[in-house]
Design a protein around this ligand. Sequence first.
Ligand SMILES: Cc1cc2nc3c(=O)[nH]c(=O)nc-3n(C[C@H](O)[C@H](O)[C@H](O)COP(=O)(O)OP(=O)(O)OC[C@H]3O[C@@H](n4cnc5c(N)ncnc54)[C@H](O)[C@@H]3O)c2cc1C
Length: 438
Amino acid sequence: MKSLLTSWGAYPRTPQTGHPCHWQTEVGPQWQQLIETHGTTLPFGSGRSYGDSCLAVSDHVLQLRPMSRFIEADWENGEICAEAGVTLGEILQLAIPQGWFLQVTPGTRHVTLGGAVANDVHGKNHHRCGTFAHSVVSFGLHRSMQPPMVCSPTENPQWFAATLGGLGLTGVITWVALRLRKIQSSLIDTTRVRFDGLDDFFALSAEMDARHEYSVAWIDCLARGSAQGRGVFTAGDHRETGALQAAVPRSLHMPIRPPVSLINPLTLKLFNHHYWKRQPATRQYQTVAYSPFFYPLDRIEHWNRIYGRKGFQQFQCVLPSAVAQAALAELLNAIARSGTGSFLAVLKRCGDMASPGLMSFPMPGTSLALDFPQNNALTEKLLPRLDSIVREAHGRLYPAKDAHMSGRDFRQAYPAWEQVEAMRDPALISRFWQRVLQ
Ligand SMILES: Cc1cc2nc3c(=O)[nH]c(=O)nc-3n(C[C@H](O)[C@H](O)[C@H](O)COP(=O)(O)OP(=O)(O)OC[C@H]3O[C@@H](n4cnc5c(N)ncnc54)[C@H](O)[C@@H]3O)c2cc1C
């Protein structure tokens, strides 16, 4: 049965007709049919990308989520092999009781293996473990007009590199073999402390990243003057003893998409102010379950609907280490002046482990991610201003979150685009790729 799908930000508003693939053997025939009727298509996972990188130019996508069987698990050595539609949450359900965890996980468990590879996602331990690519042993790649192939660092290595962070353009990933990391407990020991400004953030980051596997900070992006850059720093490590319990996914639910965004300058200012005040001024140590630590937003299903019918855009950039602090201060100034804040504003230092993927997003430096309700002032004023700061700092934006970056900025920030374009399957193209290559 076909279904209508959107990206996570619901902007741009171009619903996709999903053509589900349940079996690996269905990929070829389904795809062929789409080529005949619509010319091109795009693989689609869980639609957790915010902008238009998961939207097909034809508005008809090959839906891979139903292809979600486990193929093999080696609990001695911590390796699993599963179809590309299996989600990271489903892997954890199986792996945690056996004493294994994902080496790298993004901030939602609903991402599929195919989507995690295609965006080469990163997590709170980028400073230690790099991107998802480092945990990928091999995967199956299906290209139109070609027999399926196995890709790994030694087998078809050029396709391995182009597909990791290749935005679903090089072919359909049918299965993925993944290396896991050993854990003794499903609990996380955390340290939490609030900080007063960017100087403090960078000092905390240097200290905490050296001692802890995971680290991330929330920042009050509306604070001005002496309060600019204040926030809350959280670090964590897997606990060394305790139960191995997979979380039972239980969540609240945002039932409808209201006509207008529930996020506005007043609600944001109140939220940011009170949230910061409530945080501990001295270090607080707590042991928590892995689920609220890694996936706090998954607690509310469809939370993206609070932004109303116009949807929202996420702006995520990474700024090179040497200029990160100065450029962040400029970004925060521009955001505070615009009055268009974000209740989700995440700062994270990225490490220097280079990804084998040709177009992976992280670089050594600091990443900032913010969600903004969609409106004209955002697209006409604020985003162009933020882009110019990132451009001058020689930073880059994250395609998985993007719905606006200019082609020039993209091509400058990701020079490997030409290699990926040369290896793109001619029967696959996204709205993002069409936009940035024009
Ligand atoms: C709450 C939240 C938190 C997030 N936190 C992070 C984070 O911390 N770090 C991070 O890096 N990202 C993060 N993300 C973004 C998310 O991890 C990525 O966008 C991810 O790629 C989405 O995977 P998906 O399965 O939903 O794929 P989709 O969004 O459906 O597709 C993503 C891309 O993968 C391609 N694709 C999907 N399946 C296949 C396949 N089988 N074969 C080939 N290509 C395929 C698509 O064509 C598209 O280009 C977050 C997203 C949300 C909603």
